[in-house]
Ligand binder design. Sequence first.
Ligand SMILES: [Mn+2]
Length: 363
Amino acid sequence: MKCNIICNFAFRIFMQMTGISATSVSSLDSLIEGCTRAVVTAHEHPDGDAVGSTFAMMRYLRDVRGLDAIVVLADEIPESLKFIVPEEDREHVLSGKDSINSGILEIASADLVVLMDANGFSRTGAIAGALRESTARKVLVDHHVGPESGDFDIVFSTSETSSTSELLYWLMMEMPETSGDAALLPPAAAFAMMAGMTTDTNNFANSVFPSTLEMASALIGAGVDREYLLEMLYNRYRENRLRAMGWLLGENMLITPEGAAVMILRQEDISRFDIREGETEGFVNLPLAVENVRMSVFIKEEDGLFRVSIRSKRGTSARELASAHFHGGGHENAAGGKVFPGDIPSGGDLETYLYNILKEFLI
Ligand SMILES: [Mn+2]
């Protein structure tokens, strides 16, 4: 890292918080050295950070360390994020229901499991049981609070970073092969980490730390094409997504007097707009543009329950709301959870249930 004394000091503190130290890096180095088959995984319903960080880690383990590494994810990578994984690498990525059985076989035969972008196996969906039962060595790299550290041999965890992709980047910079030079990363891994950081910060709009900009600067310097990345991330949607967004904001969004915005996308709306997995990404951020909105809640009906995404402005805790009322958690200003049909009092409806919770929470 090229920077001045103050920056170096901030960087040392950052490294201390992440668990990245000379000792932990050398433990990771020797742990990888003793392994041959790796499964890299992340939370269910993978987002850009989950895809970017798992793919980058897989490429590092294959290209740099010579392991037989593969990515296994419980849910399919959204169509809009598939560009992060180049065509020639698709055979090393198992994602979605059709690949669950082969994914579980891979987990059973791996001697190294790396969990990225989730604080524990409980977040990994349909493969959680196989991951827990695996006798492989286990490594966690994550930026959510409350890591389930007991399940892992080595833990790299801090919420003081933009994304898991950023945390992985700094970890890789400490590994002996790169010795701090981003140009020595496998190019596809560098691109994937830039993608994960960019989506998790909402293109540098939130959770940006000095280290985040250092990372971006080094990766652009190393040849990552950010213009191409932005084109692929933000200018390639299907018309349906914008039509659904227009309807949600125009006809569906309700703003309560307490400053909560609520949008609900039900199964019939999903069918009507032909909304596919990943196509509602970012909707939850939009109502925060309204001055008196402190918290935005986006509900999406799915498989007989309601998935809840929450964003909040500084001073209002999305995480608290998610953990207190929606069986979830996350970051201070970006969290998620679920509403099960049984949560709604009999005779009541989802809307009233939500408004009561939000009213009480925001008073
Ligand atoms: Mn993340």
